[in-house]
Structure formats: C-alpha cells, structure tokens
Design a protein around this ligand. Sequence first.
Ligand SMILES: NC(=O)c1ccc[n+]([C@@H]2O[C@H](COP(=O)([O-])OP(=O)(O)OC[C@H]3O[C@@H](n4cnc5c(N)ncnc54)[C@H](O)[C@@H]3O)[C@@H](O)[C@H]2O)c1
Length: 246
Amino acid sequence: MIFKDRVAIVTGSAQGLGRAMAERLAADGVKVVITDVNEEKINEAVAELQAKGYDVFGARCDVTNRDEIRALGEKIIGKYGKLDIVVNNAGITKDASFKKMTDAQWDAVMTVDLKSVFLVSQELVKYLEANGYGRIINISSLAGMMGNFGQANYSAAKAGVVGLTKTLSIELGKKNITVNAIAPGFINTEMTRVIPEDRKKAMLAEIPVGRPGEPEEIAAVVAFLASDEAGFVSGTVINVNGGNYR
Ligand SMILES: NC(=O)c1ccc[n+]([C@@H]2O[C@H](COP(=O)([O-])OP(=O)(O)OC[C@H]3O[C@@H](n4cnc5c(N)ncnc54)[C@H](O)[C@@H]3O)[C@@H](O)[C@H]2O)c1
C-alpha cells in the first residue's frame, strides 16, 4: 500500500491482532507506536520489530485513562513530530449469559471496548487535524453485527463502535480525516483460544471458508484503510469473517 511518510498508533498492540497490525504497517514503511497495558509484551514486540529494521516505538497506555492518552499523544509528537493514523484495537471480553451478567462485567467491557474509542479519538484527533489528513480505524466485531450467546456486553459495545465510527466520519470528513470500522469474525488469537472446544467447533461450522482467520488477514485490511489510497472510503464497516456474516 502507499504511505507518504506516515505515523500510526495501534492500541492494544502488544499481542494478537494489534501486534499483527503494527507489524504490517511497519513493514509498509509506517512509523508505528505500539501501546498496551502489558509492558512486558510491549517490550517484546518492540524488540522483535526493531530487529527486523522497522521504526517502532513502545509506550504503556491504558486506553480507558484520558490523562494517559493525552500524555502518550505528547510523547508521540515529541518522538515523531506528528500523527496520521489511529487504530483503536484494544479490547477485552467478560462473557456471561445475559441473566447472569454482572454490572462489573458490563461496565468493564463498555469502558475498554467502547468508551476507549471515544477517549483515544477525542484526545488524538487534534494531531490529525493539524496535518489536514488522518485515518481512524476502529475494531468492531462480528458479535456487534450478529450478537453472540454470552456476549450481551461485548456485542453492545462493538455495535456501539459502529455508530461512533459513522458519526465521526460525518464530523471529521471536512478535515480530510476518514473514519472506518473493521468487524473481524473468528480469528486465531489469545482472545479466542480460551473459548471452550465444543463452542469453537460450532463457530467454525458457521464459517463458509471452513477455517478461522489469521491476525495478518485483519492487518491487511487495516493497511488498506490506513493507506493514502483509501481516502474515499469513510463511515463504513468492513466485515472480515470468511463469509460468516454477509
Ligand atoms: N480474536 C478475534 O477473533 C476477534 C474477533 C473480533 C474482534 N476482535 C477484536 O480485536 C481486538 C484485538 O483482539 P485480540 O484477539 O488481538 O485480543 P488479545 O486479547 O490478544 O489482545 C488485546 C490487547 O489489548 C490489550 N488491552 C486490554 N485492555 C487494555 C487497555 N485498557 N488499554 C490498553 N490495552 C489494553 C491487551 O493487553 C492485549 O494486548 C479487540 O478489540 C477484539 O475485541 C477480535
């Protein structure tokens, strides 16, 4: 993909999908800020990517904490002088059937998976505006499109990400900032490794291409939306799920 000297931040990028997104963007020549709450894993990811010759920079940031996000923004400007691409990827699950779901499970997922997209985008958008150019990419989920047993909190948060994405695309379009969402289906990461085997089998049976997705297959779509070439794509959701939801 074409990137003209771009700087990106990927939240929750110490492992899983975020790690793959960071690597893909870095391989495409983008300077990438790797941020997460897991410092040990940030250091591992940064060391691995720097060993490959990529220009990456690691910093801890809890995406639910506005002050930490603001401080990270200032650090990025100090290091790279600008920011062009924001990928809101950090997310958690706290599954329980609807009747058993606690307030704490509901609130945690709403805060990390939905409010964080509001906080991170609001704190960092001034840097994109200053460029007269920007890309915001929000990671939703198949669960946000279809619902999923045991994920009332997660599916509501991920559907919320889609509404937020569409509104931001309207409000920020004039500043030459595009805002899109990706809704991954079942992808091989830590998040899905903990799903019980019988449930996994049932989920796989629903996927027309007959296999789970790989993190690199989501990262490729992030690279497209983040690229200079995707300037006329905004306010949309790209479903990447092997044909599961059409
Ligand atoms: N794996 C899948 O099948 C799948 C499917 C659809 C959507 N998603 C979404 O993709 C994103 C990445 O998921 P993954 O599978 O790579 O999960 P993962 O658990 O492997 O990685 C998530 C990362 O986010 C970080 N994180 C959690 N809370 C944070 C916080 N408050 N601040 C900063 N970082 C935080 C974690 O430390 C972790 O490194 C999530 O938003 C998830 O909901 C995943």
